[in-house]
Design a protein. Structure first.
Length: 107
């Protein structure tokens, strides 16, 4: 068996710790980047509050950020094929906080 066939036969095993498996609810994302990394802050905004709480931060190399984008696009396409189009009523061109009236912030 050549090296490529050996690699194809192996599968990456992923372990999720119980405290991570529970997940965290987020409804707002802030994304920043430099020449070497993307920083994605996933936050929770509560109605009536002027402060969002960051629940998780993910730091990615640019290549991994692009792979994440592609994986999300693929999964959204599969989701919409199975369950129907995800509608974004009155969605602006860019994502902003859903709860703060007049908010001009960008994600």
């Amino acid at each position: 068996m050549d090296n490529q066939n050996k690699q194809q036969g192996k599968q990456l095993q992923i372990e999720v710790a119980p405290e991570v498996a529970q997940g965290v609810y987020t409804n707002f994302a802030l994304i920043a980047h430099s020449s070497s990394e993307f920083v994605v802050d996933l936050a929770q905004v509560m109605p009536g509050l002027q402060k969002a709480q960051v629940r998780s931060r993910v730091i990615l190399a640019p290549e991994h950020a692009k792979r994440l984008l592609m994986a999300l696009q693929e999964n959204i396409a599969r989701y919409e094929q199975e369950y129907g189009v995800i509608r974004l009523p009155n969605a602006p061109a860019r994502t902003i906080s859903p709860f703060i009236p007049g908010n001009k912030g960008e994600a």
